[in-house]
Design a protein around this ligand. Sequence first.
Ligand SMILES: C[S@@+](CC[C@H](N)C(=O)[O-])C[C@H]1O[C@@H](n2cnc3c(N)ncnc32)[C@H](O)[C@@H]1O
Ligand SMILES: [Zn+2]
Length: 369
Amino acid sequence: MQLSTLKAVVCPRCAGTAEPSPALSIDATDVEPQYAKEELVEGIITCSLCEQQYPIIAGVLVIVPSLASYFRSNYSSIIAQACACSTVSDGMIDYLIRRGFHTGRSDARDYYSSPRKVSTYINGGYDNLAGVMDSSDSLSNWFSTEYRCFYDEMLTMCLDSKASLPNHLFALDVGCYVGSFCSRIGRSMQHIYGVDMAFGGVLAARRIHFETPAPLKEYELFIDGSRSCKRSLSTPLPISGDFVVADARALPFRSGFFGFISSLNLLELVKHPREYLSEIRRVGENGASVLITTPYYWEEEEVAVEEWIENKLSSADAVRELLCSHGMDIISEKLHVPWVLRYNSRAYMTFLVHALLLCLAHETTRNDL
Ligand SMILES: C[S@@+](CC[C@H](N)C(=O)[O-])C[C@H]1O[C@@H](n2cnc3c(N)ncnc32)[C@H](O)[C@@H]1O
Ligand SMILES: [Zn+2]
């Protein structure tokens, strides 16, 4: 965690309730803080109001409201991924074990921290899809002449908008995963914060952008079966901000903090999509620009069918209606933006994404009109 992040984040349990939000501070009682330049590589921060503690492991702040359940579902994979690129101290391991965080459920689904998933998204966000295939491959021509990287397309949509993006002080990407969109939009913002529930994704984003706790200069590209090869990653242009583990339904930020918020391809994965939209609305300032995209890839294992946002007309109409009812006015939209994810040399998944650029007006402002 960058030391400056301590001023930006607030306790997600107290964020919406206490105004002004209580301070978080570094607490050396249980775990000795480990620093490297402007980074807190390991340590604990505590909320001055509810006294909830949040750990920083391998530089990744985990600031979710129900820590025990998060760790119990992800403990082994968090420790394995942290140890692969950093040191996790005995003090930190003792601390987690004393709280029973290591007693994981064996059936926990840690889908987005799997190496293959991380590789797929690093490939889609930082590599060149045409560049990883043989030029004789039947898809190669389409990738090199027709397909434009989804994240570049979304950046252009934001930059082209009449409401254009002023150089906002604080911007947020919800469900940032390995940081592909932060990497682009972050260049137009003074500080960009990316949040995601996948520890492995946040760790990769930090390693790619801040080169901490160890730089990520290459990634594993899967070929077929268990075969893979190394692909080098070039260092992206610098951005300022941070990537943290946080839940889209309990964002660790003050109300009205952000001038720009994006959330790409998350709506249909969040257990309670309406709570997630309410949180986006809460942390956006009046007039904030919001980019929401969705491929409408609803799956019963992720979200109960009763929570799916659809009506008799279409999902697109239902989502437009819902966003408007959350105080978001549509500035521009694209109905079918191609988004390709490469799983291996024979498996590519293509979505046609609905992208909406919106302007946030809070209830009070709207009522005042
Ligand atoms: C389909 S991926 C999209 C990632 C990225 N926005 C992109 O478009 O490349 C969905 C992401 O949402 C994250 N996610 C799922 N539920 C979440 C939640 N409740 N809060 C924050 N992130 C969540 C997953 O870990 C995953 O990284
Ligand atoms: Zn608190």
